[in-house]
Ligand binder design. Sequence first.
Ligand code: SF4
Length: 286
Amino acid sequence: MKECAYYKKLKENKVQCQLCPRYCVINEGKRGNCCIRENKDGKLYLVVYGKPCAVHIDPIEKKPLYYFLPGSYSYSIGTAGCNLHCLFCQNWEISQIKPEELPSVDLPPKKAVKEAIKNNCESISYTYTEPLISYEYVLDICKEAHKRSIRNVIVSNGYINEEPLKELIKYLDAANIDLKSFDANFYRELTGASLEPVLKTLKILAKSNVHLEITTLIIPGYNDDIERIEEMCKWIKDELGDIPLHLSRVFPYYRMKDISVTPLGTLQKAKKIAEKYLTRVNLGNV
Ligand code: SF4
């Protein structure tokens, strides 16, 4: 456990987490919405510090990042939990579950960096689940990694407040952010979160020196409207620049087992529209 960096102490031993736009008020002995930040005796702690539930060595292209250290391997770490609750989550077995219900490995920051170097990885990716809610763990590894010239990559939903994001950016080299839809109702109804903070994160990252790519999972009947996809791509071009975009196929998982796998034709149609605005559009999971 490690004490969290961004929170306020309130009356009656309650705390308010300041890390993400949920601003959870947490009673003593309870956890926030993400299930991994716990109030113990009026202080907030990250319970998964140094305890990832998934560790793999992946090609960087699997993140997906196609334009950052191509052909390299990335030491990839994920801790349990998420601050979004997407009904279509593709990793729900580890993201929508309490950390106690999963096996984990002991991986303190220095050891993570040593393992990355030992396995010829040029970067460490914080991925599989939502890395930003394991903020203190990710930040400590990022600092150690930079000391040893290893780059840092987040694969994230982008649901974080500005102050902690700007602190983390000092140690980040690349990010792939999910822009799940360009529709506020979609975010509210299918993810339990809101769109605006994600757009804000994208703007902050685009203005920074962090290499940025975006992923959108195309879900038939929910976010495959071509006009909305065009609106999203135009916004990316106008507000962020010519950012690489990955349009990915969805599979029927978790609470949306009734959807169909995204037809290839839908992805190709979306790619064609996206290419009116962006020069690097790739299809994923095909
Ligand atoms: S990081 Fe977790 S505890 Fe903190 S506000 Fe977000 S969901 Fe709540």
